[in-house]
Design a protein. Sequence first.
Length: 403
Amino acid sequence: MPTSGIIELISLLLGLAGFGVHPNAKPVTADAALEYAIPDPDIVVQVDAAALVPSNYKALLDLPNQPQISSSPDLSAIVRKVIGEVEGGRGLAKQATGIDVTADVQDATVFVQLTQRSDPNFLAAVHGKFTTANVDKIAAMANHRATPAGSGAWVEMDDKTSVGVTKDHVLLIGTTPWVRDRLADNWKMPSHAPGTTLGYAAAAIDGKPVLAVVLTLSASARQEVVRKLDGTVVLTDLVSRHKAAAFSIYADGAGWSWTDTSKAGLESVASMSDGMVDILRAAQIAPRGMGKLALGALESYKGDKRVEDLLRHRDELLKVVGMYSSDGQFKVKTDKDPAKLTLTVRATGKTASEVLPIGFIGPLAAFGYFVERGGQVTSQPPQIGYPPPPPVAPRPGPTGKRP
């Protein structure tokens, strides 16, 4: 691996320190998120775009100004090319729809209803800076005509899906009858009282997650999922037995909840939950240990020029390892209620990446892009301590001529 490639890769990884999950000072409430919900969804997904997009987009634009990146012409060129591609996609989307995905979207709640042997029905309710002008642009892009509906408007995109904006500027995307019905003046929000299907979603959203997934499968949805699992015993049992399940990511960690239909099932899930916590701790400690182990082992291969290059940047490499892993000592609060057959777990660190090993996603993506786009990092690791094999000449073909 050439020295310049090592320096550039380290500089890029250090430059990614500004990326991550950031808390939103004004997260959406359950009432707002569920205003246009479908009454009995099988799956609800809540995304707080304001906690994810603006800060990370700003960090991306700021990368070329960071000294460790701006000092390398090759690395600066790669970073600027990435930014150019992102900006190009953003510009096309804004031109076509009038929506700036980096600034106009606050949060989105997606409701999914599974159907047997066909595509699921869905509805996405998105809060942000939307008007009926966006519907007009989307309609023109699809060569269709928007239909006014009170103070809102909607357009049928195909035989199943429509897009609309409500009177209170919520963007709706989904199955046509669901979009159309929610633009009516007499629309009323379905109940999300505790214990109802939407009640479980409301509880997850009230926890102010950055991302939440809630499962409350209907009987028909369970049958369909079990059919697709095709005999996977543990998953089939979990799907058949659960009443509700949720998994959430927060700015400072993660959490999950489970409501079972039997005490034995609850005990089983509690044991699995404890095992998951152990795995999450190991996922933080093991990569850090492996990184230190690998750097320590390099001392035995001094004399190889490529190893010498790595050792000269030992401190920077250790800093990178420390940035993208932790000691695994995050806090865990577990609440098991046998009477209600519920289990609630909350794992908390200083950041989400101290609980979940998501800190490695950025470095891995950076490494892959760096290699693909012509950075000086070779995709073939050095064979430390062994000379490269000699080239093999091609064998003559049947005619005695070389191919």
